[in-house]
Design a protein around this ligand. Sequence first.
Ligand code: FES
Length: 108
Amino acid sequence: MSKPQRHVFVCTQNRPPNHPRGSCAAKNSSAVLQAFWGELQKRNAYETVAITYSGCLGPCDGGPNVLVYPEGVLYSGVSPADVPEIFTSHLEGGVVVERLVAPEAAWS
Ligand code: FES
């Protein structure tokens, strides 16, 4: 396996119903993960992009959350429909999709 240019972490954390923090899994993050894997396959981008599911990334309120390295960009409220744009713009083109970037307040 070659070293990827970008590594995507999709939060698939689950929590019990009515948990105060909620979870990305309850907001359909598994569909987001499937969309990333689908794009990876469609674009045959295995040499340049890695997709990994993860536990909680921190700011659960804004989920589904997706973290992209090496830039350390956190996208929030990501839907499966957003995934092709993230792939084309950021993962392949290096241009962050600003409209999906988590607000600074997400970290407070
Ligand atoms: S549950 Fe996804 S960021 Fe916390």
